[in-house]
Design a binder for this molecule. Structure first.
Ligand SMILES: Nc1ncnc2c1ncn2[C@@H]1O[C@H](COP(=O)(O)OP(=O)(O)OP(=O)(O)O)[C@@H](O)[C@H]1O
Length: 268
């Protein structure tokens, strides 16, 4: 039997605190993500969502438990993993095509082949004509398109996304969500998408994993049976979406409340 593409098994992550104690960021997390699956992870602020991504990306080793990618334990950054953060990871002194081609070149692809692949992705994300532009010449939405091209040009098997669209205005955000779904569909890439925004999670994902207030445990794992292809703006108005939202929110809202109390206790 083929193992799941991503498998966390009883994974716990503790960090050392400045006072010498430890802080448990995630506790006893077990979950799997299959090839081509789109999984959104939601939970209250600071609960441990980004830490969970760091375990999968190999940026942080688990303190306990195991994290496997394609059946092998993660040691260092595994091959085939792409990462997209809220902040862009583009070099301001390089133009768009040089930024997009940088990943393949770093992976040993010849310069001309890398430029061909970069050109193809720049066109696919709708930025043909902007190859020679620099980051400061682009809007927030255009910079996100570059970031998508920069990540997807490496053809990741697993795409880890940490609130990639949260800094965008509402309309650009919806545009980018639709764009992401179009680019992702049919690629077979597994996506783990961390967000604060439950609407975004439901609109994009096949499953929504709800995490508890800190330390993060998995509270619920909802299958989202909304049809694809999806247009996120239209989908949000459907009764099926509203029903799903209310079901998932019931699970999430008490964790948000607990996190608020934890926050209030910390500053008291
Ligand atoms: N490298 C680190 N060293 C020490 N503590 C850390 C480290 N990384 C994260 N933490 C702590 O672990 C907890 C979980 O952080 P994490 O960033 O995973 O939460 P999050 O759910 O992604 O937060 P947010 O919703 O605000 O983005 C926080 O209390 C954070 O301060």
């Amino acid at each position: 039997m083929t193992p799941p593409l991503v498998e966390l098994s009883h994974a716990t992550k503790r960090f050392l605190k400045a006072d010498g104690g430890t802080h448990t960021a995630v506790s006893d997390i077990s979950m799997t993500v299959g090839e081509g699956e789109f999984v959104a992870v939601v939970g209250p602020t600071g609960c441990g969502k980004s830490t969970t991504l760091s375990l999968v990306s190999g940026l942080e080793p688990p303190s306990e438990g195991t994290v496997d990618v394609a059946g092998s334990p993660v040691r260092g950054i595994p091959d085939g993993v792409g990462y997209m953060f809220q902040a862009d990871a583009m070099l301001p002194w390089r133009n768009v095509i040089a930024n997009v081609a940088a990943g393949p070149i770093w992976r040993g692809v010849s310069k001309s082949e890398a430029h061909d692949r970069a050109q193809d992705w720049i066109t696919r994300v709708g930025l043909a004509g902007f190859e020679k532009s620099y980051m400061h010449q682009l809007s927030g939405g255009m910079r996100k398109r570059v970031a998508l091209a920069q990540t997807l040009v490496n053809e990741p098997r697993i795409l880890l996304m940490d609130e990639p669209f949260s800094a965008l205005d509402v309309q650009t955000r919806a545009l980018m969500q639709n764009e992401l779904l179009d680019l992702w569909s049919g690629t077979g890439t597994a996506v783990i998408f961390v967000t604060h925004d439950l609407e975004e999670a439901i609109a994009l994902a096949d499953r929504v994993v709800v995490m508890t207030a800190s330390p993060a445990r998995i509270k619920d794992d909802f299958r989202i049976n909304l049809p694809r292809p999806r247009n996120v703006e239209e989908l949000r108005l459907t009764p099926e979406f509203i029903e799903t939202y209310s079901k998932v929110w019931q699970s999430l809202s008490s964790e948000v409340e607990t996190a608020r109390k934890q926050g209030a206790a910390r500053v008291a």
